[in-house]
Design a protein around this ligand. Structure first.
Ligand code: BGC
Length: 724
């Protein structure tokens, strides 16, 4: 049997002493030299060159293949090919090449070839690094996100993968979550629409996997925490975005590490069998998160788990034995394997092989898209007439901050780290754009006094401050804890001191924030004339920043999160919790309920032009509710405006949020132009989940359409309607 078809349990390896591991690995090394891992000759094995098929034909072919398979061969489909013993021999870092699962040389069945994301393709050293997902969430631009997905799909296939596990849509309940950067924000509608757009883009070329199902919104405790929540909170807040991606055709769902209501997500009969497969009719397969994503052979197989990644702990031989011992019915195995085979077949005829080549990775065209996304995801939070900078009026700029010269693309040590061919830093971007007519000075800010001195006679000072992969990201404990959940929600104290010091020397201070989550700005926001949030802006972030500063691009991004004034305006969070209750309120729901005076509301973002809204209207046609508003660009330059629709409820029988986001659209307007923004929703979108009847209920009550520029009351126009 070829090396890559053996089934091995990595926990047997984990239990060995360091010396034994070394000895083992030298044997394996030799074995691999003599007997290198073999792969199929073709990309799709027995499914190569199939013509597109109907769903029924795919089903039939999957069943046919299944009927040829032994129990061992079936279980092999459900277990990763990676042998933990090889891990230290893997080149040259995590996921540098795809991880294979279920490549069966005897049956000529192709592997799932895994690459991670979501900032781009994790494989290689020359993939396009896009702005992180929270940045992309700030664009509120599903068409753009689909284009990002398309490029990710092309690069994934070019690098030899066929499976992208980077559609991360966990809800940002609390900004301390270390992996906030990997998701699109705090609202289920925004998460669902952006996740579905990425899924559609990626799936033009390869399978997309949506993660981490479900309620995975804490990092450090992810392997132990049990998340409690009532049924309405689960159904209305934490699940709808997953359903939206399932409806968009996602090939796979990754189960989360954490528990929900006492059960591990990787074994969760209610979440996997009943809701995902049963109620939502999901046809794809479930994959476990990597190592300790399941905890028990029988519970996982019976609970709806289809594939254990990325090394076999509980499936493999143990699952074969469990079937033989009658603890797992073979029907369960057949169902899981059929799901896996179906997706392999379905994706064998997706894409266009002629497009995929090494040169596509991080190519100029893709880098251009990364720049466009960064421009469209940079939020202008504050501007007291300072921006955009006019080149003929500005003679001297001082750039301050250590991040101005850092390639700060996000988590660099976790599973989402993407390694692009180059990164344009903020300072480099500003130098490139300013040209020789403007003198640029730089101070790293470690000595505030020096930064003050260099800032004194500048026309404007640009301070780049924020977070890095040492402050947040995946929690990695190797040789000391780095990343993980955030300990502070503001800037580092030294950065706050720096802003204060520099603002004493110069009144024209622009603060540019980098990071993957909300940063509390209240302590210093009055010291800055302009504030931008650039997030982790990707490989072309410096170019995008310069284009925004000098007005080559007009900001259009809006907050996908609420910026609270104080941590007290946030829900309870404990990074070490073994159990935690998530309730119906977080983000703008909580701010609305408690009437908190937040620093900046969800959905907020300025532009270099101004828009005026008028004439909100609601019309109904069958189950479709159409809300429209007229919008004019009253400024002097063209711009894009994100128009948001919230719904409020009058006299509901049950507890409701003050308002819920239900839809949004982006409108381009030339100076002086007026257009009508139209957002359609379905009657069903007004429903609440009734735990007693287990039904979604649309109440026959009064509703208020609130349409406008942000979630703040003053930015929303109202139109009452009912369902009669
Ligand atoms: C992460 C997943 C990731 C997986 C594989 C895990 O540690 O939680 O998001 O997809 O590793 O890289």
């Amino acid at each position: 049997m070829a090396v890559n078809t053996r089934i091995f349990h990595c926990d047997e390896f984990f239990r060995l002493s360091r010396e034994e591991k070394k000895e083992f690995q030298s044997i394996i090394q030799k074995e691999l030299e003599e007997n290198p891992i073999k792969h199929l000759d073709t990309e799709w094995g027995r499914f190569e060159n199939l013509s597109p098929m109907s769903e029924e034909e795919i089903d039939r072919l999957a069943e046919e293949v299944l009927s040829e398979m032994t129990l061992e061969q079936k279980v092999y489909q459900m277990s990763c090919d990676n042998d933990a013993r090889y891990a230290p021999l893997n080149p040259p870092r995590y996921n540098f090449i795809p991880y294979y699962a279920g490549e069966d040389l005897d049956l000529n069945i192709p592997a799932v070839k895994f690459t991670d994301g979501p900032t781009g393709i994790v494989m290689s050293y020359h993939a396009t690094a896009f702005p992180v997902s929270i940045a992309r969430g700030s664009t509120w631009d599903t068409e753009l996100e689909e284009r990002v997905g398309n490029v990710i799909g092309i690069e994934g296939r070019s690098g030899g993968a066929n499976f992208f596990a980077g559609v991360c849509i966990n809800l940002l309940r609390h900004p301390a979550w270390g992996r906030a950067q990997e998701t699109y924000g705090e609202d289920t509608v925004l998460l669902g629409k952006m996740g579905a757009a990425l899924t559609k883009g990626v799936q033009k070329h390869m399978m997309a996997c949506v993660k981490h199902y479900a309620a995975n919104s804490m990092e450090n405790a992810r392997f132990k925490v049990d998340v409690e929540m009532d049924e309405r909170t689960l159904r209305e807040i934490y699940l709808p975005h997953f359903k939206e991606c399932v409806d968009a055709g996602a090939a796979a769902i990754m189960s989360a590490y954490n528990r929900v209501r006492g059960e591990w997500c990787g074994h969760h009969d209610y979440l996997l069998n009943q809701i995902l497969n049963g109620e939502w009719g999901f046809k794809g397969f479930v994959m476990s998160d990597f190592i300790w994503g399941i905890r028990d052979t029988v519970d996982a197989a019976n609970g709806g788990q289809c594939m254990e990644m990325y090394a076999t702990q509980f499936f493999g031989k143990r699952l074969v034995d469990a079937v033989r011992d009658g603890k797992v019915d073979e029907i369960k195995i057949d169902a899981a394997v059929k799901r896996i085979l179906r997706e392999k077949i379905r994706f064998s005829f997706v894409g266009d092989k002629a497009q995929y080549s090494e040169e596509k990775m991080g190519c100029k065209e893709h880098a251009e898209l990364a720049r466009e996304v960064s421009e469209k995801s940079t939020i202008l939070l504050k501007n007291e007439g300072l921006l955009p900078l006019e080149k003929d009026k500005i003679k001297k700029i001082t750039v301050v901050g250590r991040l101005a010269v850092e390639p700060n693309t996000g988590d660099l040590k976790g599973s989402s780290a993407v390694f692009p061919p180059y990164v344009i830093t903020p300072l480099q971007g500003i130098l490139n754009e300013a040209g020789s007519g403007i003198e640029i000075k730089y101070a790293d800010g470690r000595i505030p006094h020096q930064a003050q001195e260099l800032s004194k006679d500048a026309d404007v000072v640009v301070i780049i401050a924020g977070l890095t992969s040492l402050d947040e990201g995946e929690f990695i404990t190797n040789g000391g804890d780095v990343g993980g959940d955030r300990k502070y929600l503001g800037l580092h104290p030294e950065d706050e001191d720096l802003i204060e010091a520099v603002s004493k020397a110069n009144k024209n201070v622009i603060v540019v924030l980098q990071g993957g989550s909300t940063i509390i700005v209240e302590p210093w926001k009055n010291l800055a004339k302009a504030i931008l949030i650039q997030w982790y802006p990707g490989m072309e972030g410096g170019t995008a920043l310069a284009n925004i500063l000098f007005g080559k691009a007009n900001p259009s991004a809006k907050l996908p999160i609420t910026v609270p004034a104080t941590p007290q305006q946030l829900p309870y969070f404990d990074m070490n919790a073994t159990s935690i209750a998530y309730d119906y309120y977080h983000g703008y729901f909580l701010a609305d309920k408690e009437k908190y005076p937040v620093s900046y509301p969800f959905g907020f973002g300025l532009s270099y032009t101004n828009y005026s809204y008028s004439n909100p209207k609601v019309t109904k046609n069958g189950d479709t509710i159409t809300v429209s508003v007229d919008i004019s660009n009253t400024g002097k330059i063209a711009g894009d405006e994100v128009v948001q629709l919230y719904i409020g409820y009058k006299g509901s029988k049950v507890e409701r949020h003050v308002k819920d986001l239900k839809g949004f659209t982006k409108i381009h307007l030339e100076p002086g132009e007026k257009k009508t923004a139209i957002i359609e929703i379905d009657k069903e979108d007004l429903a609440y989940y009734c735990p007693e009847s287990k039904q979604w209920v649309v109440e026959d009550i009064g509703y208020v359409a609130l349409i406008g520029a942000s979630s703040a009351c003053k930015d929303l126009l109202k139109a009452d309607f009912d369902l009669k």
